[in-house]
Design a protein around this ligand. Structure first.
Ligand code: MLT
Ligand code: ZN
Length: 481
């Protein structure tokens, strides 16, 4: 891909906070040379997430290996008034883990142990830096499943998943990360260690502070340990990809699938998304012909009956004109290949520095959201490539605008941001969210008021001040404190 991280480099030197020498010495003696990195390559690597609209400029990278080291780091940051950016697998898409103003990056990379799997209690406890894919494997070794999954699970970390309340491809069946967190250990901005909910299934003892940290995007403190619920893996999952003539048809197909299948996923993507992914990844398109949209439907097919039911459903949809073509996986390897058509889109289009809209409304209002936003897109982006995909079964649409080579990142971002005002007004009118799953971070904070009213934002600021009175954690993210 093209590297655009130097775009604001010239302006940055003045903004960069300096870490006082006394703090540098204290950090060196705590972490040694090899766990306190300041070389240019590490600063660029750890200072950013997957976004490319803000240039990374951290003062240093800290790689603690224990909770007590983290507490010491937070105490030092308080004492010397230095800011910290908690950092996981850096796969975020909203700039929520960017260190752009001389902050220290507090990376959980060395705290990735799975600590325990409790088979009877169906739970898993791990350090905050545990890789999502390793949690999946550990659960599977015990015949169980951690059901939050998405394309970046091979490098994303659980602390980041929790801090962004990650969604993914099976939310329609299992819900978001929030549904699966039964315990958290966090270090707040005062350096205090809190143990929240201790893995309990039942605990009605006042305000549940655990839920404040889920989706907190690093502004209250850092997640150092988590206990997660596990469940049974689905029985014989199968995938269908359907060629669909319109977005309206997609909603009819969804209704049919909800009623007649044991659904695990209901995703969609546009023809341009399919073209990009098949060309970019060198994979076979599912059909000879092309259709405006495709649905990817995953369902449990434990019996021959379930398969017949799926086939009948598709035939019925074809008769109605809602589906034009269909393919059903006949093996596990076919199921995986079909999933790639949807899961590899994000990575494939990353080379065009996409401007990402991640919007949602209730499933019931999704057709209205689709048609209104589609009209705006036709009006404002007629000259640009627009890639639609997403979790349509959850009412969550990803609308990616691709940057043409001839336009600078700044110009492109400014233009898309101005169109966002129109898109977000539609979202607001429909009572939806401007960020369904990627979070607010740095990139969407100017738009927070489209989804949250002033009273809520004032309360959020107050909560931030309670947990982080000196404002050391992830400054400028979500809102200006
Ligand atoms: C996805 O659904 O593929 C992810 O949210 C990533 C993305 O939107 O690019
Ligand atoms: Zn998504």
């Amino acid at each position: 891909g093209k590297d655009v991280i130097t775009m604001t480099a010239g302006k940055q030197a003045a903004d960069i906070g300096k870490v006082p020498d006394a703090m540098t010495h204290a950090l060196r003696s705590l972490l040694g040379e090899e766990r306190f990195l300041t070389d240019a390559e590490s600063l660029a690597h750890y200072g950013r997430d997957w976004t490319r609209f803000v240039a990374p400029a951290p003062s240093g990278i800290l790689l603690p290996i224990s909770i007590s080291e983290i507490q010491t780091i937070v105490s030092l940051a308080r004492q010397y008034k230095v800011k910290l950016v908690p950092s996981g697998g850096r796969t975020g898409l909203s700039g929520g883990a960017m260190a752009a103003k001389g902050e220290l990056v507090l990376s959980l990379e060395r705290m990735r142990k799975i600590l325990q799997v409790d088979k009877a209690g169906r739970s898993l406890t791990c350090e905050g830096g545990a890789i999502t894919g390793e949690i999946h494997r550990a659960a599977a070794e015990h015949g169980l499943m951690y059901p939050v999954d998405f394309a970046s699970s091979g490098s994303s970390q659980i602390g980041g998943n929790i801090a962004t309340n990650a969604g993914g491809i099976q939310v329609i069946r299992y819900g978001m990360t929030r549904n699966w967190v039964t315990g958290l250990k966090v270090v707040t901005g005062t350096g205090e260690l809190l143990e929240l909910n201790q893995g309990l299934v039942k605990n009605n003892t006042g305000l549940d502070l655990r839920h404040l940290f889920i989706g907190s995007e690093g502004i209250l403190g850092v997640i150092v340990e988590a206990t997660l619920g596990l469940t049974d893996p689905p029985k014989t999952p199968r995938v269908m990809v359907l060629g669909v003539p319109s977005m309206a048809s997609l909603m009819h197909v969804l209704t049919g699938c909800q009623a007649q299948l044991s659904l695990l996923a209901f995703e969609f993507f546009s023809d341009l998304a399919l073209q990009k992914v098949t060309t970019g990844q060198g994979i076979q398109p599912p059909f000879k012909d092309r259709y405006p949209f495709y649905a990817l439907v995953e369902f449990e097919s434990a019996s021959a009956e379930a398969e017949t039911q799926a086939e009948q459903l598709v035939e019925g949809c074809m008769t109605q004109g809602w589906v034009d073509d269909a393919v059903l996986s006949q093996s596990e390897s076919q199921r995986r290949s079909l999933w790639r058509l949807r899961e590899d889109i994000s990575e494939t289009i990353a080379q065009w520095t996409p401007y990402k809209n991640d919007i949602s409304t209730t499933v019931q209002k999704t057709p209205a959201l689709l048609s209104k936003v589609d009209a705006l897109v036709a009006r404002h982006y007629a000259d640009l490539e627009v890639v639609w995909y997403g979790h349509i079964g959850d009412g969550n649409l990803h609308l990616n605008i691709l940057k043409p080579d001839t336009v600078s990142v700044e110009e492109f971002q400014a233009r898309c941001k101005s169109v966002s005002h129109h898109v977000f007004r539609v979202v607001q009118e429909l009572g939806g969210s401007i960020s369904a799953e990627h979070g607010v971070g740095l990139l969407k904070k100017d738009f927070l008021h489209f989804s949250r009213d002033p009273a809520e934002i004032t309360l959020m600021r107050g909560i931030k001040a309670q947990f982080d009175p000196d404002g050391i954690f992830n400054p400028g993210n979500v809102f200006n404190a």
